[in-house]
Write a protein that binds this ligand. Structure first.
Ligand SMILES: NC(=O)c1ccc[n+]([C@@H]2O[C@H](COP(=O)([O-])OP(=O)(O)OC[C@H]3O[C@@H](n4cnc5c(N)ncnc54)[C@H](OP(=O)(O)O)[C@@H]3O)[C@@H](O)[C@H]2O)c1
Length: 371
């Protein structure tokens, strides 16, 4: 980054739904980040989106040239999961910072390659866990860690939506399906609420007869943790929308809903239930994509390491891979004990105001995610 540039200059790589709906508008709410380029395989997007945001468009063939152009400091990678690895590895090798959409990759081996590239690069890698900067989520994690709900015993969650088979996540096998796409949310939530890593994973999957997915469209996962805690979550691509979790401790139960989604009208909130009664903790909607970008740019500008690093991404990936294995074999998969070196910190919660979301009509060449 040149000393003249005070803002981190991002190239958006892959201008699908999440880039157009959330990241590109959201970055405008930050004070330390700016859109500088777009990488797309679609000439219509290259023309219209680049002119809408006043930036230059590059093709995937010219990606290496962009990385060494001196025109960007960072990339935001939002391609389908199976295309994350080479884009992240090449950027890190070129000394370009990487904000990488979740899940980190489409196999543990690929996630390890990205982690390895980040450890040998001076550039930083952050996995785009937007909820690590969302005030209600950070408060629940912090209070759970401080013992305010007592000893934590159990977690249950449902996260579901009606996904279109035509969308890239609807026809690319397990790694485009509901477990990596949606299961990452309850999985990441419970790992951070419990502050430990699961050691056993079991999954059961079903396929709706009236749907055309090439994978289990509804999956129920059970996890066992070292401290004799358990977690269960169910994810689906074939139902009406649902999102909630319940965390049960010896002093309190908390029920959160909404708890995973984003948007200008979505304020995450939770109800805390104890023997003394119920208390609702409500929070205003925040700009979740702007928040994560503001935080990552701050790390880049100050030379600090982001919390949601490659290790955090890999901790989710090894469980997602174990779910895939359990679905194939019907067996419980035992994972070796693991421990993270970082934790979500209270000061990571940010409160940028939500950007205006474009309507579906305003988004260009999108294959909508929802039916
Ligand atoms: N953090 C969140 O809340 C959140 C929410 C949704 C999705 N995500 C993550 O963001 C990523 C993208 O999701 P999305 O919903 O934006 O997906 P999407 O609508 O299918 O868009 C993906 C984009 O990637 C580009 N692309 C490059 N190679 C491709 C290929 N071989 N096939 C299809 N597209 C290709 C295309 O953009 P061009 O036409 O510009 O090349 C495409 O529009 C995924 O990793 C997903 O898990 C995160």
């Amino acid at each position: 980054m040149t000393s003249v540039s005070k803002k981190v200059r991002y190239a958006v790589v892959g201008s699908g739904q999440i880039s157009q709906q959330a990241f590109m508008p959201g970055i405008g709410q930050t004070n330390n980040s700016q859109l500088a380029a777009l990488v797309t395989g679609d000439p219509v997007k290259a023309d219209k989106l680049a002119s809408r945001y006043g930036i230059k468009a590059w093709s995937y063939d010219d990606y290496g040239q962009l990385l060494s152009s001196g025109e960007i400091d960072a990339v935001y990678i939002a391609t389908p999961n199976a295309h994350h690895t080479y884009l992240a590895v090449d950027a890190l090798a070129a000394g370009i910072h990487v904000l990488l959409e979740k899940p980190m990759a489409a196999s543990v081996e690929d996630a390890e390659k990205i982690l390895e590239a980040s450890t040998t690069s001076a550039a930083k890698l952050m996995i785009a866990y937007r909820l690590h900067h969302e005030p209600a989520t950070v408060q629940m994690i912090t209070r759970a860690r401080n013992g305010e709900f007592g000893d934590l015993r159990a977690f249950t969650s449902t996260f579901a939506q009606n996904v279109a088979e035509e969308n890239s996540r609807g026809h690319n096998g397990y790694w485009g399906g509901p477990v990596p796409d949606m299961g990452t949310y309850p999985l990441n939530a419970v790992r951070n609420l419990f502050g430990e890593e699961p050691v056993a994973v079991h999954a059961v999957g079903t396929k709706a007869a009236d749907r055309g997915f090439d994978f289990h469209d509804t999956v129920a996962v059970t996890l066992r943790f070292p401290s004799k805690r358990s977690a269960q979550f169910t994810v689906s691509y074939a139902t009406a929308s649902a999102e909630s979790f319940t965390l049960v401790g010896t002093k309190a139960t908390i029920v959160a809903s909404p708890c995973f989604m984003f948007g200008p009208s979505i304020g995450i909130s939770y109800v805390e239930k104890t023997d003394d009664g119920e208390k609702t903790h409500s929070f205003d909607p925040v700009e979740q994509f702007g928040n994560e970008t503001q935080y990552f740019s701050d790390c880049i500008l100050k030379g600090t390491d982001p919390e949601a690093d490659g290790e955090e991404g890999l901790m989710d990936m090894r469980v997602l891979a174990a779910v895939e294995q359990s679905l194939k074999t019907g067996e419980t998969v035992v994972l070796p004990p693991a421990r993270r070196s970082k934790q979500v910190q209270p000061e990571q919660a940010l409160k940028l105001k939500p950007a205006k979301e474009p309507s579906e009509d305003e988004m260009i060449s999108i294959i909508p995610q929802s039916k």
